[in-house]
Design a protein around this ligand. Structure first.
Ligand SMILES: C[S@@+](CC[C@H](N)C(=O)[O-])C[C@H]1O[C@@H](n2cnc3c(N)ncnc32)[C@H](O)[C@@H]1O
Ligand SMILES: [Zn+2]
Length: 383
């Protein structure tokens, strides 16, 4: 092995990685890329493969093969793994990492450009049961090709690290890149996830492919989405039928979800800007999330299992939420623990859960006025 490389253990997989990647704050892309901070991201990939048991898994932006080799070694399925990267120097590292972990027999490493490889799989028997897209930045340039290379009933997963764009910091870029508006709100991370799904719906629609989310998480500064792929115009239409808009009024703070964008608040008539088009349907398969979460827990990956299990129940609520800190600050009362506010909401007859995508927030069927009341009461309760 050349100097400048070292060995690290991630999950149960031993990886040869650039030594600097373990110590520098932002991992370098040259000569090859490895980001130890993406461990949870890869844990969840392994767990989803364990839950869904695909025959084959394509890691189309593979780097040194951290994800692909972990899937081959740890998912407990007999999944065949293909790893693709256009960096000539990454390819031998992915091969060596597969050999080092005793899974070279089930791993193929290909030196190619991602879209060229994906579009080359045009025959039905060349599609993959699972395709993963893990780019630097936006997944947008790869999603149409990744859907085309996905088998019927398969899983497409992708990362988006262009969080600033998806969270409304660069509105014009969001419209150009994803075709959706993302005005800032108290539920901007959930909005970002839903915009990503809507973009995949649009990309699938081009080729008569429908998608529906299996799970999606927002961790550190990135988003991860897992979609089930269903071929056919009917499935594509069904996915398209679940696109809509969400709106937060910055004058009265009420929020709304619906089929179309709003220009005025239905409650106070102030001018508003809606986010969307975005996915308003379910974000999780309870079965996949629970099985993958249990796999992580059994593997001792506490943070990964908590990330997954925090999603259970999300589809029982509208696609928006309330920041308890913001509500308390508007009311000029001290902010209270989320559990205490949720207890107040429940005793007033509302359903609620911790919002997994936002900081100190709740999802509930209560309206803004009811949330205000619960926050005010919770702030007065003895600790
Ligand atoms: C974020 S890294 C992937 C990390 C890897 N999936 C993991 O979990 O460790 C992105 C990789 O994509 C490769 N890459 C970027 N653009 C590509 C393209 N158009 N075709 C193929 N590989 C590409 C880069 O060389 C890099 O190794
Ligand atoms: Zn209003």
């Amino acid at each position: 092995m050349p100097t400048g490389f070292t060995t690290t253990l991630e999950g149960r997989t031993e990886l040869r990685v650039p030594a600097g990647s373990l110590t520098s704050r932002a991992p370098e892309t040259f000569p090859v890329f490895f980001n130890p901070a993406a461990r949870l991201n890869r844990d969840v990939s392994v767990a989803v493969v364990a839950a869904t048991r695909p025959r084959d898994f394509l890691d189309v932006l593979a780097g040194i093969g951290a994800r692909g080799v972990r899937v081959a070694k740890e998912a407990g399925a007999e999944t065949a793994v293909t790893m693709v990267d256009f960096n000539r120097r990454a390819v031998p590292y992915a091969s060596r990492n597969a050999r080092r972990n005793g899974v070279a027999g089930r791993c193929e490493v290909v030196h190619d450009e991602a879209n060229r490889y994906l579009y080359s799989r045009f025959r039905r028997d060349e599609k993959f049961d699972a395709v993963d897209v893990d780019p630097f930045g936006s997944p947008a340039p790869y999603l149409q090709a990744a859907l085309v290379a996905s088998a019927e009933g398969g899983t497409l997963s992708f990362t988006a690290t262009d969080a600033a764009v998806l969270c409304g910091v660069y509105p014009a870029v969001s419209v150009r890149r994803y075709g959706s508006r993302t005005p800032r709100s108290e539920f901007i991370h959930e909005t970002a996830v839903r915009v990503l799904v809507a973009f995949a719906v649009a990309m699938g629609g081009i080729n008569d492919i429908g998608v529906s989310p299996l799970l999606a998480h927002s961790t550190l500064h990135y988003f991860r989405v897992y979609l089930k792929v269903t071929r056919g115009g009917k499935a594509a239409d069904a996915s398209r039928g679940l696109l809509g808009y969400v709106t937060q009024c910055d004058a009265c703070y009420f929020r709304f979800a619906g089929d179309g964008p709003l220009s005025n608040c239905p409650k106070c008539d102030a001018r508003v800007r809606s986010a969307g088009p975005l996915w308003t349907g379910n974000l999780c398969s309870r079965k996949v999330v629970t099985q993958a979460g249990e796999f992580c827990a059994a593997s001792g990956w506490k943070d990964s299992s908590e990330t997954l299990l925090s999603l259970v129940g999300i589809d029982d609520f509208p696609p928006l939420s309330y920041s308890l800190e913001r509500v308390a600050s508007r009311l000029r009362v001290p902010s209270s623990p989320v559990e205490r506010v949720m207890a107040r909401l429940r005793s007033a007859g509302f359903r609620c859960m911790k919002q997994p995508y936002e900081y100190l927030s709740v999802k509930t069927d209560a309206g803004y006025g009811d949330v205000e009341k619960a926050v005010r009461e919770a702030s007065r309760a003895p600790v």
